[in-house]
Design a protein around this ligand. Structure first.
Ligand SMILES: [Zn+2]
Ligand SMILES: [Zn+2]
Length: 432
């Protein structure tokens, strides 16, 4: 693709040595994600082949499969873009608040060694944010929309689990009306967050005196509660979705933060929360690799959760309710002409072709010589072999059902099969 990320190159350079030295402590999830990334885009792991039939196959193009791992510098970005695209249409069009909830430094090692316990942070955050909205208009039983993402990294790439949340400023009441809430008390939020985290922490880890002492110490030391940041207000759903892309779904380290690297060391910068300045860090390559892979989540662990009206089964209904409320509000204010229905853009995954256009500004399916549409002639998979070959059979073998489609008998039918199977949607299954 002409572009290999620095992160991938750094892992490529140091991984063999890292495995030799740290083999015993590498988690299974780390091993799998790294091997996916290293094999991403390698035709050895499968590819689709396009020919220009106008030029009689003189122009060919191999499009390797990609790994689809979220940890992968290139596939992770595709994942994020898709997520943002989807969320624009799924969020209600009201102001949102971005809230970051942190924990005391002393607690971090417990979550490092017990990854499942990160659940405590997610659930506590959801509960505290729900309660802070609901209590504003108690009788109305408000349900806000909450999206929670766990970040385990700080700017310096050390293990620093914290919560990034996006919360609607308001909620649907028990009658299905939207109730805006513009003010929350940060003092209350901080103390309640601390209390819930420590309560759940105690439940999970608390049989030893050491844990009890730690909890008491943290109550005594942090009288204002754990640090919470929540000043960023976002006007509408589009802005909120963008926010997800820019801050919440970002990888542990952006390519642009890597200043230089070689086989020995990596130099990168980050914005320090303490000093408010750009700080430069130089790490031995082994340590850099160790830090970035430490942020690979356990395999089944969901780093993103949706609550309240954003819970999967409530999203659509809530969106309609909020929309109706907005229309009613607008009518009430007699600004009928000012109301515009937001264009209903259908949410869908970007096709491989669109992504190529977006990323590289070139169309993977146009012949560079004559400009005509190139035809998919082959899909090869390392396990299943040729799963599609235009010249052999002209049919696609359906892997899952094990059933083969019948070979087309005449030319016309063959053409039909090609156009049916040779679309971008088909490639999407493999090439993204
Ligand atoms: Zn990949
Ligand atoms: Zn051509």
């Amino acid at each position: 693709m002409g572009f290999t990320s620095k992160v991938k190159q750094i892992i490529q350079t140091g991984w063999e040595k890292y495995e030799t030295v740290y083999g015993k402590i590498i988690r299974q999830a780390e091993k799998e994600a790294v091997s996916k990334v290293l094999g991403c885009g390698d035709p050895k792991n499968g590819y689709a082949e396009y020919w220009c039939l106008e030029c009689n196959g003189a122009e060919k193009k191999i499009v390797p499969f990609t790994c689809k791992s979220r940890f992968c510098p290139s596939c992770g970005k595709v994942y994020t873009d898709n997520w943002v695209e989807k969320m624009v249409n799924e969020m209600v069009d009201v102001p949102h608040r971005h809230v970051v909830l942190t924990i005391a430094e002393e607690l971090r090692p417990y979550f490092y060694w017990h990854r499942d316990a990160i659940d405590i942070l997610i659930k506590s955050a959801a509960q505290v944010l729900k309660s802070i909205i609901a209590e504003k208009k108690k009788k109305l039983k408000l349900t806000p929309g909450i999206i929670i993402v766990v970040h385990t990294f700080g700017g310096d790439l050390k293990f620093n689990p914290h919560i990034q949340a996006l919360v609607t400023e308001g909620g649907l009441d028990k009658n299905g009306d939207w109730q805006p809430v513009t003010y929350f008390s940060y003092q209350a939020l901080r103390r309640r967050w601390q209390h819930l985290v420590l309560k759940n922490f105690k439940q999970r880890f608390g049989s030893q005196q050491k844990i009890k002492n730690l909890i008491n110490k943290l109550y005594a030391q942090k009288k204002k509660g754990f640090y919470v940041y929540g000043k960023n207000r976002i006007r509408d759903s589009r802005g909120a979705a963008k926010y997800i892309g820019r801050y919440m779904a970002r990888p542990a380290i952006a390519e642009s933060r890597i200043i230089s690297w070689d086989s020995e060391k990596v130099e990168f910068w980050y914005e320090s929360k303490e000093t408010g300045k750009k700080e430069t860090v130089v790490l031995p390559i082994m340590q850099f690799i160790g830090r970035i892979i430490s942020h690979i989540p356990e395999k089944q662990f969901k780093m993103v959760r949706h609550y309240g009206i954003y819970a999967r089964n409530q999203r659509k209904e809530s969106r309609i309710a909020v929309k109706l409320w907005q229309v009613a509000e607008t009518l009430k204010r007699r600004k009928i002409h000012g109301y515009k229905e937001v264009a209903k853009k259908k949410s869908r995954k970007l096709t491989y072709r669109e992504l190529m256009m977006k990323e590289y500004g070139r169309d993977p399916c146009k012949c560079p010589k004559c400009g005509s549409e190139m035809e998919l002639v082959k899909i090869w998979h390392p396990v299943y072999g040729d799963i599609y070959d235009l010249f052999e059979t002209g049919v696609v073998e359906v892997i899952n059902s094990g059933k083969k489609q019948k070979s087309p008998k005449n030319k016309k039918e063959k053409e039909k099969t090609i156009s049916k199977n040779g679309t971008d949607d088909n490639i999407l299954l493999f090439a993204m």
